[in-house]
Design a protein around this ligand. Structure first.
Ligand code: DER
Length: 224
């Protein structure tokens, strides 16, 4: 079956973990979208939940799916966050393919249980996906230099249906930073956290509590 069917299996599996009365972090991307749609179906069947979106996209998808929305200012705890990833090794993730990782990271981290949903193409034995880095626009040149000194090759993410670079929901730019392999994601995350001008980066070290991968035969919980 096609990859979207596998994403749907993962999304539905994670959506089934959500309990009545929960506040749910709603991730961004095509796999998290399947979880949002599945939650919409469960809301139609009577599930009482509220979602905290992580991007314009996930907010609009939740509205279309009929998932009630709330904000971090209006809730005490997030029982669960469901989100996709670009690459997964155990609990370590690279995220940011959708340039939503700044908001995703603080929502995913705030949840009591962060569940990643993916198709099999996302799992790997070592992280080596370029790391999306959200930067304040004027800081781009100095951040690029610092990232090069950290051993990565930065490239400005150009938009496809807009002239010029991708601009995030927060009004910033994205540098995709190719470090090659990331043998120690935690160390790389700390290096990037320390760079002035970086708003957020896509290394999510040891952040996943659970990873649901949709496969031909169903869903495997790849982690824990
Ligand atoms: O931007 C993100 O972090 C998304 O979750 C992305 O990494 C995964 O998107 P996909 O589910 O469409 O592959």
């Amino acid at each position: 079956s096609d990859t979207q069917a596998l994403k749907r299996r993962a999304g539905e599996s994670a959506a089934n973990l959500v309990e009545d009365g929960m506040v749910v972090g709603l991730g961004t991307g095509s796999t998290a979208a399947e979880a949002i749609r599945a939650l919409g179906d469960r809301v139609d069947a009577g599930l009482d939940i509220a979602g905290v979106p992580t991007s314009y996209q996930s907010r609009e998808l939740a509205r279309e799916a009929g998932v009630p929305l709330t904000t971090l200012a209006d809730v005490d705890t997030l029982g669960i966050a469901i989100d996709g990833a670009d690459q997964i090794v155990g609990a370590d993730l690279v995220k940011g393919g959708g340039a939503a990782h700044a908001r995703e990271k603080y929502v995913d981290a705030a949840a009591e249980r962060f569940v990643v949903v993916a198709d099999p193409s996302k799992t790997a034995s070592v992280l080596d996906h370029p790391v999306p880095v959200e930067v304040l626009p004027d800081a781009k040149p100095v951040v690029a230099d610092t990232v090069r000194n950290l051993g990565a090759e930065p490239s400005l993410r150009e938009a496809e249906r807009k002239d010029g670079p991708v601009v995030t929901d927060n009004g910033n730019l994205v540098l995709d930073c190719d470090f090659g392999e990331l043998p120690n994601p935690g160390a790389t995350a700390l290096d990037l956290d320390a760079v002035p001008g970086i708003v957020e980066h896509g290394v999510f070290p040891s952040m996943a509590d659970e990873v649901h991968v949709g496969t031909e035969d169903g869903v495997t919980v790849e982690y824990p």
